[in-house]
Design a protein around this ligand. Structure first.
Ligand code: ADP
Length: 565
C-alpha cells in the first residue's frame, strides 16, 4: 500500500473515532441535562407519601440515565449495623427489598459505605466481593455501587461536614451491556444529589414529626396552655385552655387575646407579663359563677436577639386543693369544738362533785353525774378513735379487721337502746326477718357503722320523727341494712359529696346548725368497703328524710372468692 492510501485509511479511522467521541459527547450532554433535572426535586418535602414519590422519581431517573434495570437506595441503620433498602426500589419486589440487608462490614454495599469509593462489578455471580450482598439472588449480573454522602457547606461553599448515610446501587446494564467509567462518574454525581434530597426529606420529616408530637403533647396535657405573641395575638391555645376559658374549637389562633378571652384577670396577667417583660404568677377565678380556681403562671419566650417573642401562660386547676384547705380549716375548728363540748361537760360535773364536800347531792344525783361523765368520756374516745382511723386511711394503711360472728339485729338493738336514752322526740323501730343470718365481720366496726348512721338519723331530724332500721337478706352471700329517718333530707347534688372527708352538708333549711365533723360517713364508707361491702344514700328529697343503705357480705371477701372460685 502506498503512503497516500495509508494516510487515507488513518484519516478514515480517526473520523470514526471523532464521530464516536462526538456521539458520546452528545449522549453525555443529554444525560447531564437529565441529571440536572433530578436536582429540581422540591426541597420542602414534609410527609412520607411525598418522600416516596420523590424517591420513586429519583430511582427511575437514575436508572434511565445510566441505562440500568434496577436502582436501589440503601440507608445505614445504626441500631442493627446494617444497610437496608429505602423503598421504593426500582426493579425489586417488595419482598426482595424487605429482605435485602447487608452488614456495614460486608460486601460491596459495606465497602462503598465504609470507604466512600464507587465500586463497579461486571460479573456479580463470580465476583468474590458481592457474595455477601447476595445480589445473585436478586438476579443481578453487574452493577455500580456508590456511597451516599451528605455534605454541609459554609457560605463560601466549603465543605464543613461530611456524613455517609448509605449507598445507591444500579444493577444490570440494559441490553446486556456492561457499566463503564462514564456510568460510574455519572452515578457518583447523581448520588450526591440523591443524598442531599434524602437527607433533606428526612430532616423535614423529623422536624414535622417532632412538631406534631409537641403539638399533640401540648393538646393532651391537662394544664391549659395559652401562647400570646408580642402584638397581643393568640399564637396557640391548647384543648385544656379552650375548655377552661370557654373558647370554641375553631376559634382562637391569631385573634387578639382581649377579644378572645372573656376574663379580665387573665387578659391583664398576659398583657402585664408582655409589657413588663416579666414572669408572673397569680390565682385567677374562672367560670360563670367564678367557681373554679386556677393557678396561672406566665413565662417569657425570647428570640435570638433577646427580644420578647411570646408569653406563655399555663393554667392549673387548684379548686380541689383550695376546697380541701377550706374544709381542713373548718374541720380543725369543728373538731376542737367537738372535743371541747364533752370536756367542758366532764370538767363541770367533776368540779361540782369535788366542790360537794358536804355531800349535799344524794346518791341518785351523784350516780346521774357519773353516768354523764362516763358517756361524755365514751363520746371523746369515739371521736379520738374516728380521728385515728381517718389517719390510718389517709396514710394508706387501711383498716385492720378482727373477724368474728356478728348478730346484726342484736347489735342494732343495742345501738338504738343507747340513743333512746337521749331523746324523747324520736321513735325507734327495727325490722329484721326471722331468717336473718349471722354474718362474719368485725363486730366493733359494724357497731361503728350502725352507730354513725343511727346518730346521723337522730341528729339530722331535729324535729323528731321515726328512725327505722330494716334488715334484708339480699342473697346467700349478702345482707342489707336500711337506716331511715324523717329529718331534713339531703340535696341531690350532695349525694356523693357527703361521703368525702371533712365534707359537711348545709345547715338545715331553718338555719339550725348541727354539730359534726364531716368524717362519720367517710369512715362508714371505708369500714363497709373494708368488709367488701358498700354504702349509699337512697333517692331522697330535701325535707323528706333520708335512707342510707349498707350492704355487707355474710362472709369475708377472701372466703367468698374461694367459694365462687
Ligand atoms: P357530720 O355529721 O359530722 O357532719 P357525716 O360524715 O356523718 O358528718 O355526714 C356528712 C354530712 O352528710 C352531714 O354534714 C350532713 O349534711 C349529711 N347527712 C348525713 N346523714 C344525714 C341524714 N340522716 N340526714 C340528713 N343529712 C345527713
Amino acid at each position: 500500500m502506498d503512503d497516500v492510501a495509508r494516510l487515507r485509511n488513518e484519516l478514515d479511522r480517526l473520523r470514526i473515532v471523532v464521530d464516536d467521541l462526538q456521539r458520546k459527547r452528545r449522549l453525555l450532554e443529554s444525560e447531564l441535562a437529565a441529571a440536572r433535572s433530578v436536582q429540581e426535586v422540591p426541597r420542602a418535602i414534609i410527609s412520607r407519601p411525598d418522600l416516596q414519590q420523590t424517591l420513586s422519581r429519583l430511582v427511575k431517573k437514575v436508572a434511565m440515565i445510566v441505562q440500568a434495570e434496577k436502582c436501589v437506595i440503601m440507608l445505614f441503620d445504626p441500631e442493627s449495623g446494617e444497610l437496608r433498602v429505602l423503598p421504593p426500589a426500582l426493579g425489586l419486589t417488595a419482598d426482595q427489598a424487605e429482605n435485602f440487608r447487608v452488614k456495614a462490614t460486608e460486601g460491596v454495599t459495606g465497602e462503598a459505605f465504609r470507604t466512600g469509593q464507587p465500586i463497579v462489578f461486571n460479573d456479580a455471580v463470580r465476583d468474590a466481593r458481592t457474595i455477601k450482598d447476595f445480589v445473585a439472588y436478586l438476579s443481578v449480573r453487574n452493577g455500580i455501587t456508590v456511597a451516599l454522602v451528605t455534605r454541609r457547606r459554609d457560605e463560601e461553599e466549603r465543605v464543613v461536614d461530611e456524613r455517609c448515610i448509605g449507598v445507591m446501587h444500579v444493577f444490570n446494564k440494559r441490553l446486556g451491556g456492561e457499566f463503564n467509567d462514564d456510568d460510574q462518574r455519572l452515578l457518583q454525581m447523581l448520588s450526591e444529589q440523591a443524598a442531599a434530597v434524602i437527607a433533606n426529606a428526612q430532616l423535614y420529616i423529623k422536624i414535622a414529626e417532632e412538631r406534631k408530637q409537641l403539638e399533640d403533647t401540648l393538646q393532651s396535657i391537662q394544664s391549659g396552655v395559652l401562647v400570646v405573641n408580642r402584638s397581643g395575638k393568640v399564637a396557640l391555645i391548647n384543648a385544656a385552655a379552650r375548655q377552661i376559658l370557654g373558647v370554641e374549637s375553631e376559634d382562637g389562633v391569631n385573634k387578639p387575646v382581649r377579644e378572645l378571652i372573656d376574663n379580665d384577670d387573665i387578659v391583664k396577667l398576659v398583657t402585664e407579663s408582655l409589657d413588663q417583660d416579666q414572669e408572673l404568677a397569680r390565682e385567677v377565678t374562672v367560670g360563670a359563677a367564678s367557681d373554679r380556681v386556677y393557678q396561672a403562671q406566665t413565662s417569657i419566650m425570647k428570640g435570638e436577639n433577646d427580644e420578647t417573642h411570646n408569653v406563655v401562660a399555663i393554667f392549673n386547676d387548684i379548686t380541689e386543693i383550695r376546697n380541701v384547705e377550706r374544709m381542713k380549716t373548718a374541720f380543725v375548728s369543728t373538731v376542737s369544738h367537738e372535743l371541747r363540748t364533752p370536756l367542758a361537760s366532764i370538767k363541770g360535773f367533776v368540779s361540782t362533785l369535788l366542790a360537794d364536800e358536804d355531800e349535799d347531792y344524794d346518791t341518785d344525783t351523784r350516780r346521774e353525774f357519773y353516768t354523764i361523765i362516763d358517756q361524755e368520756c365514751d363520746r371523746l374516745s369515739r371521736l379520738v378513735q374516728d380521728l385515728l382511723n381517718i389517719a390510718r386511711i389517709e396514710e394508706g394503711r387501711g383498716l385492720e379487721l378482727h373477724w368474728g360472728t356478728v348478730d346484726v339485729p342484736d347489735l342494732c338493738e343495742k345501738v338504738i337502746a343507747v340513743h333512746k336514752a337521749y331523746t324523747t322526740r324520736h321513735e325507734f323501730s327495727t325490722d329484721f326477718p326471722s331468717d336473718f343470718p349471722t354474718i362474719v365481720a368485725d363486730v366493733d366496726r359494724v357497731h361503728q357503722i350502725m352507730e354513725n348512721l343511727v346518730s346521723n338519723a337522730v341528729k339530722y331530724s331535729p324535729d323528731g320523727g321515726s328512725v327505722e332500721v330494716k334488715g334484708t337478706v339480699e342473697s346467700d352471700t349478702a345482707i342489707r341494712i336500711d337506716v331511715s329517718d324523717e329529718g331534713v333530707g339531703i340535696r341531690e347534688d350532695k349525694r356523693e359529696l357527703i361521703f368525702e372527708r371533712f365534707n359537711r352538708g348545709d345547715d338545715d333549711p331553718q338555719g339550725r346548725v348541727v354539730a359534726g365533723t364531716g368524717i362519720g360517713l367517710y369512715l362508714v364508707k371505708h369500714l363497709a368497703e373494708a368488709h367488701g361491702g358498700d354504702v349509699w344514700l337512697q333517692k331522697t328529697k330535701e325535707g323528706q328524710g333520708s335512707t342510707f343503705t349498707v350492704r355487707l357480705p355474710t362472709i369475708p371477701p377472701d372466703e367468698l372468692m374461694e367459694q365462687t372460685g
